[in-house]
Design a binder for this molecule. Structure first.
Ligand code: GLN
Length: 532
């Protein structure tokens, strides 16, 4: 028996091995994580990574896996490699039996009648679902401060942001509250939180992981992907959730490549790695730039060929994104109207018309950032402005895609820092939306082009001792390359550090005063309220 403190620090791959060897049970593992959540997630200065903890169901699934294993035979043989390994799910992804809030008041207490495809696949693999993780409301943000349920804190420094919008998933994994998590990435919400929390995050090729059951933010950009502590672990989880889904009309028909094997290739000899001229240097924190250069050195020593590429249209990517994304969101969010889902607020006085109920509900249910984007998107799509804004942005999108195409003729994989800075302080950019948007400058091009991206820890910045992320990008459908290069770079870096970066993170138990549980009790559904 390994002690709990060790158990929660094991990678998912190591946990899977121990489970298969019978050295530990899934119930022990799941309970160890639930205890960790209870110890560090709640209270005044808790991490607040979880909006809902799914203890009972997670333990039941764990017990089922343990029983199957104990019985042996064909059923035990047929268990998935990750069977019994717990996972957390971003609260933008719908789940039966647990609330889904999207980080918004407008969905408080709402329960989905169906599971997202990725959740079905977690269930089929018999992975206990620990709960739902915090996020910026409807995944709009880079700091998780736009959650209606309070910000998540960065386990490296509880006064700093964990990135966003998937700060909950990244912080949960970084704080050893979960070995694995699911995130969604529309403009960087898996990779940027990964960068600032010292974890691994992957945005798969657009269409290669089903979006069915991910509450849509910007449908042409959204992608679900894995969050983990090692590159191999992300490959393992990606392998569970990936592959064609008839429920998603944008789902690629391709068979899933062997990503796990790719992560185990172990060499980058002869691979051409392209530094994107426009995505480093000016505007990037010195410590970020230093760790980026260290990574390049290591890859060179390992036999990769480093080349420089220019993607001149990337300078317009952020601007194009912040027109396309709000435009699509303004349409996607129209369904939250107080009629079909969640919250319904009645106007205080005056006539009770449907428009006024919708208005009162949306005014009370949406936060400022969501309203800002709905207004921006509605404006960009309005007659008379459509061509100037949305139309131009779509043209830029094509140019960004062409830049990638050209870059991939001279490089197999591209590399950049994931984010221009390390984690900033809570509150620092909350009143400055444009400063907040700039965090995504290096991650957005991949979403505009649909190509896959992976962020892995690159070390700590000299100035502040906080994690820096390294981003790898590959052509569409070549996600396997990311795992191959990512795993090699990770091994080289860990050899240099003498172990995983997260081993250097401060002891959370000492930092978190009080340990009251942060479990948000499932709120009554509208139906239940109305039934009274
Ligand atoms: N930070 C970006 C935004 O606010 C990305 C969000 C995301 O990827 N979900 O739009």
């Amino acid at each position: 028996m390994t002690d709990n403190n060790e158990l929660i620090r094991l990678s998912a791959a190591d946990l899977a091995e121990k489970l298969a060897a019978g050295e530990v049970t899934s119930v022990e593992v799941t309970q160890a994580y639930l205890d960790r959540i209870a110890a560090v997630d709640g209270g005044e200065r808790g991490v607040n990574a979880f909006l809902h903890v799914n203890a009972e169901e997670a333990l039941a699934v764990a017990a089922e896996v343990d029983a199957t294993r104990a019985a042996g035979g064909a059923e035990a043989e047929a268990l998935h490699v990750l069977a019994g390994v717990p996972v957390a799910v971003k609260d933008l992804i719908v789940t039966v039996g647990q609330p889904t809030t999207a980080g918004s008041k407008i969905l408080e207490g709402w329960h989905s009648p169906y599971d997202a495809t990725v959740v079905e696949r977690l269930r089929a693999a018999k992975m206990p679902i620990l709960g739902k993780t915090n996020l910026d409301e409807f995944a709009m943000g880079s700091s998780t401060e736009h959650s209606a349920y309070g910000p998540t804190r960065n386990p490296w420094d509880l006064d700093r942001i964990p990135g966003g919008s998937g700060g909950g998933s990244a912080a949960a994994v970084a704080a050893f509250e979960a070995p694995l998590a699911l995130g969604t990435d529309t403009g960087g919400s898996i990779r940027q939180p990964g960068a600032v929390t010292g974890t691994v995050g992957v945005k798969p090729t657009y269409g290669s992981v089903s979006r069915y059951g991910a509450i849509a933010m910007a449908s042409s950009l959204d992608q679900i992907g894995p969050v983990s502590r090692t590159v191999l672990d992300s490959a393992l989880l990606h392998q569970v959730i990936g592959g064609h889904d008839p429920h998603d009309s944008t789902s690629l028909p391709d068979p899933l490549a062997d990503l796990v094997a790719a992560a185990k290739t172990g060499n980058v000899e002869g691979l051409r790695i392209g530094i994107i001229k426009e995505l480093h240097g000016e505007g990037y924190q010195a410590g970020v730039e230093n760790r980026f250069n260290d990574a390049l050195e290591l890859l060179k020593e390992a036999g990769a060929q480093i080349v420089e590429v220019s993607c001149p249209n990337f300078q317009y990517a952020l601007g194009a994104y912040y027109l396309i994304m709000p435009s699509e969101a303004s349409s996607n969010l129209a369904k939250f109207d107080g009629v079909r889902y969640g919250l319904r607020v009645l106007p205080e006085d005056g006539p009770m018309t449907i428009e006024r109920v919708m208005g009162a509900t949306r005014a009370a249910g949406f936060g400022d950032e969501v309203k800002r984007r709905i207004i921006l998107g509605t404006y960009a799509l309005s007659a008379g402005y459509y061509d100037a804004y949305y139309g131009s942005a779509q043209k830029v999108r094509t140019l960004v895609q062409r830049d990638f195409e050209a870059a991939f003729t001279v490089a197999d994989v591209l590399i950049s820092p994931t984010a221009p800075t390390t984690a900033f302080r809570l509150g620092e950019k909350l009143d400055d939306p444009l400063a907040m948007y700039l965090n995504d400058v290096a991650t957005i091009p991949a979403n505009l082009a649909g190509v896959p991206g992976l962020s892995l820890p690159g070390g700590l910045a000299d100035e502040d001792g906080l994690p820096v992320g390294i981003q790898l990008l590959a052509p569409a459908r070549e996600d396997a390359r990311l795992y191959r290069v990512g795993a090699v770079l990770e091994a080289l870096l860990e050899a240099k550090w003498g172990g995983p970066l997260l081993a250097q993170a401060p002891d959370l138990i000492a930092g978190v005063a009080g340990s009251a549980s942060s479990v948000v009790e499932p709120v009554e559904t509208l139906e239940a309220q109305e039934a009274k």
